[in-house]
Design a protein around this ligand. Structure first.
Ligand SMILES: [Zn+2]
Ligand SMILES: [Zn+2]
Length: 538
C-alpha cells in the first residue's frame, strides 16, 4: 500500500476512536503516526515489520497495523468502528473546523446523524447552546456544509430561484426585445432542481455568457426562432410523464393558452404539468383556481426567543402586522424539546401573559397562543390536560426517535391526531429534502385519521421540508382535510418561506378555499373555539 492510503486509514481509525471516546493515549499515538506517514510519500508494500517500525513516529503496534493493511487492505479495528457509527456521522468528520469531540457532542447531545440534519440545526440556531460551540462556530459549520453540498449538483428550488430570476434579467439586458422565460423544472416549481433551463426566442444566439451557479447546478440555455417560442416553451416545460404527444398545435401561436384552447382543454398551469392525470380534469374544466401567496391571511406555527427562535415574540408579531396579515400563531417548542429550550408550564403561562398584553397593544392584529407540542414516543402530547387546554391551538409534531418502521410511525401519528387537543399535524414525515428521508408513514391512514378528527394537515413551508409532500394534497382534499401553509419561522425572515409553501401547494392543486390560513381572523378564531369546545366534551 502507498503511504498516503495507510496514513488515511490510520487517521480515520484515530478519529473514530476519539468519536467513541476510547483510550486517549492510543488515539494520540495513531494520530501522530498518521501525520508522519502522510509525509513519506512512498510505496510501503512488502516492507517488513522491522522496516516499518524504524519509520519516524511508528511503534510496534502501529507497524503491525501497517502490515495488516498491506496484507488485507483493511483494518479489523477500523471496520468494527465503522459498523458502530452511522454513515452520516462519519461524513460529519469531513467538515472542517469540527473535530471528533464536537461531532460526538452533536451526535449524542443533539441526536444529529447527518450533514443535512446538522445544517438544519444551524439554521434553527441549535448549536449555540452546546458547550464549546458559539454563534461563530455555528456560522462556520454552516458555511462549510453549504460548500460541501454545493458540489453535489442538486439543490433546493429556494436556493436557486433568485439566481435564476437575476439571470433572466441579465439576458434581457443583453438582448432587449427577445422572448426569455424559465422553463423545465424551474417553471414547474419543482422542489429539487438539477438543471435551470432558460428558453430564448431569437434569430441570433448570445455570445457565451459567463454563467455558473454558485451551487454548480447545471444551467441550460435553449434557443429557438421567435415564432416557435410558445410551442417550445410548452414542450420544454412538460415533465417527462406529461403526454405531450396527445397535443395538436395551431398555427402562429402567440401565447401558450392558445395551445390549450386548440385542444379543447382548460389552461393547465405549468406547476401541474407533471403527468397525464391532469388532462382528464382539464378536459372537464375541473382544475380549481390555485392558491396564491396574496391569499394568505395569517401565519401559524412560528417560533420566538421563548424557545429556539432568533426574534422576540413582539418583533415576530410586528413584522406580521406590517405584512398586512391578521394574525400570528406562535408555536414555540414544548417541554420535552430540551435542545430547543422547550417551554415548561410556568414559561407557557409567562408567554400567555405577554401575548395578552401584546394583543391589547397591537389590536386588531392577534397573536394566537399556540404550541408545537412534541408527539412523544407513545403518541401522547407533551403536557397535562390543564396546560393543553390553555392554548388556542396545537401543532403536534414528531422531533425525537425518528427511527421507526411504518407501522409504529403511523400509529404514533394517529394517536396524536386522535388527541382532542391536536389542531394541526406538523411536518408529517419529518423529512429534510436532499438530506433526510423522514420516517415512513402510511399516508392514507394518517390523512383518513385527520379527516375523522377534524385535524388540519400542515404543509411545512420551510424549503428543506415542504412536508406534507404536495403529491398527497389531492388525497387530503378528497377527504375534506384542510391544508395549513406554515412557515415554521424561527426569525422574521423565515415568514417568506410561505412563498415556497404556496408554490408546493399549487403543485398539489390547492385552492384558497381549502387552505386553513386563508381563513380570516374571525373565521379561524371560530375554528379554534369549536375545536376547544369539542375537546372539553371529550
Ligand atoms: Zn417541528
Ligand atoms: Zn417548528
Amino acid at each position: 500500500m502507498h503511504s498516503d492510503q495507510i496514513a488515511k486509514a490510520i487517521k480515520i481509525t484515530a478519529q473514530l476512536m476519539e468519536l467513541h471516546e476510547q483510550n486517549p493515549f492510543k488515539i494520540k499515538s495513531l494520530a501522530s503516526a498518521a501525520f508522519n506517514i502522510d509525509k513519506l510519500n512512498v510505496d510501503l508494500s512488502g516492507k517488513t515489520l522491522d522496516e516499518l517500525e524504524a519509520l519516524p513516529g511508528v511503534g510496534k503496534s502501529i507497524a503491525a497495523k501497517m502490515i495488516e493493511l498491506n496484507n488485507t487492505e483493511t483494518l479489523q479495528e477500523l471496520n468494527q468502528l465503522l459498523v458502530e457509527t452511522p454513515v452520516g456521522v462519519i461524513e460529519m468528520l469531513s467538515i472542517k473546523g469540527i473535530g471528533p469531540k464536537k461531532v460526538r457532542q452533536l451526535w449524542k447531545e443533539l441526536e444529529i446523524e447527518s450533514i443535512g440534519e446538522l445544517l438544519y440545526a444551524c439554521n434553527e440556531n441549535r448549536l449555540v447552546t452546546l458547550k464549546g460551540f458559539g454563534q461563530k462556530t455555528q456560522e462556520e459549520i454552516k458555511k462549510q456544509i453549504l460548500f460541501l453540498n454545493a458540489s453535489k449538483g442538486k439543490c433546493l428550488f429556494a436556493e436557486v430561484e433568485q439566481y435564476a430570476n437575476e439571470l433572466i434579467q441579465t439576458i434581457k439586458n443583453h438582448l432587449p426585445n427577445v422572448l426569455v422565460e424559465l422553463t423545465g423544472q424551474m417553471r414547474r416549481k419543482c422542489e429539487i432542481i438539477d438543471v435551470v433551463e432558460i428558453l430564448i426566442g431569437t434569430e441570433n444566439q448570445l455570445n457565451p455568457l459567463e454563467i455558473m451557479h454558485p451551487n454548480k447546478v447545471k444551467i441550460e440555455l435553449i434557443y429557438c426562432k421567435p415564432d416557435l417560442f410558445y410551442k417550445m416553451l410548452f414542450e420544454a416545460t412538460a415533465a417527462s410523464d406529461f403526454p405531450l404527444s396527445t397535443f395538436n398545435y395551431p398555427e402562429n401561436i402567440d401565447k401558450e393558452e392558445s395551445i390549450f384552447t386548440f385542444n379543447h382543454l382548460q389552461y393547465i398551469a405549468p406547476e401541474l404539468r407533471e403527468n397525464a392525470a391532469i388532462i382528464a380534469l382539464a378536459s372537464e374544466n375541473k382544475i380549481p383556481e390555485l392558491i396564491t401567496y396574496a391569499d394568505l391571511k395569517g401565519t401559524l406555527h412560528n417560533h420566538s426567543t421563548y424557545s429556539d427562535g432568533s426574534n422576540s415574540l413582539k418583533d415576530m408579531a410586528l413584522y406580521c402586522k406590517l405584512q398586512g396579515w391578521e394574525y400570528l400563531g406562535i408555536c414555540d417548542h414544548s417541554q420535552s424539546a430540551f435542545y430547543a429550550n422547550g417551554l415548561k408550564p410556568d414559561r407557557v403561562a409567562a408567554q400567555h401573559a405577554e401575548i395578552e398584553h401584546l394583543n391589547k397593544e397591537l389590536f386588531p392584529f392577534k397573536i394566537f397562543k399556540g404550541i408545537e407540542s412534541d408527539i412523544l414516543y407513545d403518541g401522547s402530547l407533551d403536557y397535562d390536560a390543564d396546560t393543553l387546554k390553555s392554548f388556542d391551538f396545537i401543532v403536534a409534531s414528531v422531533h425525537s426517535v425518528l427511527k421507526m418502521n411504518e407501522e409504529k410511525a403511523t400509529q404514533r401519528l394517529i394517536t396524536a391526531i386522535e388527541n382532542p387537543y391536536t389542531t394541526i399535524l406538523g411536518h408529517p414525515t419529518g423529512r429534510l429534502l436532499l438530506s433526510r428521508q423522514g420516517y415512513p408513514i402510511n399516508h392514507k391512514k394518517v390523512i383518513d385519521a385527520c379527516a375523522a378528527n377534524g385535524v388540519v394537515v400542515e404543509l411545512n413551508a420551510n424549503p428543506y421540508r415542504l412536508d406534507i409532500d404536495w403529491r398527497w394534497i389531492p388525497y387530503c382534499l378528497e377527504k375534506g382535510v384542510m391544508i395549513s401553509i406554515n412557515p415554521d419561522a424561527h426569525e422574521t425572515a423565515g415568514f417568506f418561506d410561505m412563498h415556497f409553501g404556496t408554490l408546493a401547494a399549487r403543485k398539489g392543486m390547492l385552492s384558497k378555499e381549502k387552505c386553513f390560513n386563508v381563513l380570516n381572523l374571525e373565521q379561524i378564531s371560530k375554528h379554534f373555539a369549536s375545536k376547544n369546545t369539542e375537546s372539553i366534551k371529550f
